[in-house]
Design a binder for this molecule. Structure first.
Ligand code: HEM
Length: 473
C-alpha cells in the first residue's frame, strides 16, 4: 500500500457526502496508476484509505457492518440540530438509522414496489415529452432542444416530487410557479455553500457569509417540503373526519405509519428529495448524449423498445422489464458516468484487515467507483459505450463489484428502483418518438465532478421525429 500523507493536499473528504465528491473522477484513474490499488490520503486532520481495485472493494463490502456508515455528515446534521428537525436516511446513524430505513425501504426498494409508481411517472413523462415538442418547435432548426441539463433537472424534480409529495409542483410548465422556483434556488444555494462550510474552519462562520447562506438554503428546502407534507396531512385528516378511506402512495404511507412522527417525515422526505434529482437527471443526460453519438446503439435500443411497444401505447412499468437493451443502456451509462463517482465507509465496530493490511477501528475508506468501473481488466475498452456487455445472452457477465453505481448492501441507495423506473420509462418513450442526434456546435463533452458527474458545458440535442412504423396502427 502506498502512503502519500506528507504535505499532499488533495481535496478529499472521507465523509464523501454523496453530492460533494471531491476526489475528481479522472484523478482517480491517475492516482490508481501512480499509487496502486490502495493508498492513504490526508487532508488536515482527516485521513482516508482509498480503494480502487475490485477484489479489495469486495473484501471491504463483504465485511460491511450491521449499521454501515459512510462517515460523518456533520454540516447536514448541524442544520437539523439547530432547527430541531429529525435526521433522515443520510444523516442518521446506527440503530436509529436501521429502524428508519426499515420504514423507508417499504414501498420503495423492491422492484415490485416501484411498479406502483408507473402511472405517476408516466404522467410526468407525458408532460416532459410535450415540453420537448414545444421547445423543438421554437428552435431555429425545428428539432433542437438546448440546455438538456436544465430540462432533465425539471423532469427529475417533477418526477420525484410527484412520487414523494403525491402532487405536481409545476416544473414542466412554461413558467415554473414562484414557490417551486424558490425551492429550486434553495437547493442550488445549499449545495453551492455546502462545499464552503465543509472546508472552511468553523471560526470563519462569524466573519464570512457562507454559513448563513448555507443555512438559508436548507431553510428554503424545508419550508417547501413542510408545506407540501402539511397539505397532504390536512387532506388525509379531512378524509379521516369524513370516514372516507385513506388511500395514497409513499407520503400517505409514511404519514400513516405509527413509527414516524410528522417531524420524522419532514426530515426523511427532504433528504430523499435531494438525493433523487441530480442523480437521475445527470444519468439521463449522459445516456442521451452517448446514444446521440452512437447510431448503432440507438437503433438497437429502438428495436428493443418497439418489439414490446406497438403503436402509440405508453409502456407500463412491467413492460420495461422485457426490454433488456434499455436496461443495458442505463447500466452502461452508469458504468461510464457513475453519477456518485466515489462512496465511503467508516469502520466503527472493530478493527479490520483488507488486502492483508490491518486497519484500526474508526478507519475511513474511500471507494473509488469511477476508477473501478474503468478498469480494463473487468471492462475491456472501458471508455467505449458498449451496452451489450450487460446483456444476459450467454456471455460472461462483468464482475458485479466492478460497477456498483447505487452502492452496496443495507446502506445502498434506497431510491434505486424509483430512479431506474423513471429513467427506463422516459428513455423508452423518447427513443420511440425521436432519433437523437448531437448538436455539432457542442463538440466532445468532458465530465466534471460537481454535484455528481456533470458535463463540462451546455449540452443541446436534436430530437428528430421518427416516421411511424408501417406496422403501427
Ligand atoms: C441514478 C440515480 C441514483 C444513483 C446513481 C444513486 C446512487 C447512490 C449511492 C452510490 C448511494 C450510497 C450507497 C451506499 O453507501 O452504499 C446512495 C444513497 C442514497 N440514495 Fe441514491 N442514487 C440515485 C437515485 C436516488 C433517488 C431517486 C433517491 C430518492 C428517491 C435516492 C435516495 C438515496 C438515499 C436516501 C440514500 C442514502 C441511503 C442511506 O444512507 O441509508 N437516490 N445513492
Amino acid at each position: 500500500m502506498q502512503f502519500i500523507s506528507k504535505s499532499t493536499r488533495y481535496f478529499f473528504t472521507s465523509t464523501c457526502s454523496l453530492f460533494f465528491t471531491t476526489c475528481f473522477s479522472s484523478l482517480q484513474l491517475y492516482k490508481k496508476q501512480v499509487y496502486g490499488p490502495m493508498y492513504k490520503v490526508n487532508v488536515g486532520n482527516l485521513q482516508s484509505i482509498c480503494i480502487n481495485r475490485v477484489d479489495l472493494l469486495e473484501e471491504l463490502l463483504r465485511k460491511d457492518e450491521k449499521f454501515p456508515s459512510r462517515g460523518h455528515m456533520d454540516v447536514w446534521r448541524e442544520h437539523r440540530d439547530m432547527k430541531g428537525i429529525s435526521y433522515g436516511p443520510f444523516t442518521e446513524e446506527g440503530e436509529k438509522w436501521y429502524k428508519l430505513r426499515t420504514v423507508l425501504n417499504k414501498r420503495m426498494l423492491h422492484p415490485k414496489d416501484s411498479v406502483q409508481y408507473g402511472d405517476v411517472v408516466n404522467a410526468v413523462v407525458t408532460d416532459f415529452i410535450k415540453r420537448i415538442y414545444s421547445l423543438r418547435e421554437m428552435s431555429p432548426t425545428g428539432d433542437l432542444v438546448s440546455n438538456m441539463t436544465s430540462e432533465l433537472y425539471r423532469f427529475s424534480l417533477e418526477g420525484i416530487s410527484s412520487i414523494l409529495f403525491e402532487t405536481r409542483i409545476g416544473c414542466l410548465e412554461k413558467e415554473i410557479p414562484a414557490e417551486t422556483q424558490d425551492f429550486i434556488n434553495s437547493i442550488a444555494q445549499m449545495f453551492t455553500y455546502n462545499k464552503h462550510v465543509v472546508f472552511l474552519p468553523n471560526w470563519t462562520r462569524n466573519y464570512l457569509p457562507f454559513w448563513q447562506w448555507y443555512i438559508n438554503g436548507w431553510d428554503g428546502i424545508f419550508k417547501f417540503a413542510r408545506k407540501m407534507i402539511d397539505m397532504k396531512m390536512e387532506a388525509i385528516q379531512k378524509r379521516v373526519d369524513a370516514n372516507q378511506e385513506v388511500a395514497g402512495e409513499y407520503l400517505t404511507y409514511l404519514l400513516s405509519n405509527v413509527k414516524m412522527s410528522s417531524k420524522d417525515v419532514y426530515g426523511s422526505i427532504s433528504e430523499l428529495l435531494l438525493a433523487g434529482v441530480d442523480t437521475t437527471s445527470n444519468t439521463m443526460l449522459w445516456a442521451l448524449y452517448l446514444l446521440s453519438r452512437d447510431p448503432e446503439a440507438q437503433e438497437a435500443l429502438y428495436q428493443d423498445v418497439t418489439r414490446v411497444l406497438k403503436g402509440d401505447r405508453i409502456p407500463t412499468a412491467q413492460e420495461v422489464n422485457s426490454m433488456p437493451y434499455l436496461k443495458a443502456v442505463i447500466k452502461e451509462t452508469l458504468r461510464m458516468y457513475p453519477v456518485v463517482p466515489m462512496n465511503s465507509r467508516l469502520i466503527s465496530e472493530s478493527d479490520i484487515v483488507i488486502g492483508g493490511h490491518f486497519f484500526p477501528k474508526e478507519t475511513s475508506f474511500g471507494l473509488c467507483h469511477f476508477a473501478m468501473s474503468h478498469d480494463e481488466k473487468i471492462f475491456p475498452e472501458p471508455r467505449k459505450f458498449k451496452p451489450d456487455r450487460w446483456l444476459r445472452d450467454g456471455r460472461t457477465r462483468p464482475n458485479p463489484f466492478g460497477s456498483i453505481p447505487f452502492g452496496f448492501g443495507v446502506r445502498g441507495c434506497v431510491g434505486r428502483r424509483i430512479a431506474e423506473l423513471e429513467m427506463h420509462l422516459v428513455l423508452a418513450r423518447l427513443i420511440k418518438l425521436f432519433e437523437i442526434r448531437p448538436d455539432p456546435t457542442v463538440g466532445e463533452v468532458q465530465s466534471l465532478t460537481r454535484a455528481g458527474i456533470v458535463p463540462d458545458r451546455q449540452v443541446n440535442l436534436h430530437f428528430v421525429e421518427r416516421k411511424k412504423a408501417s406496422s403501427d396502427p
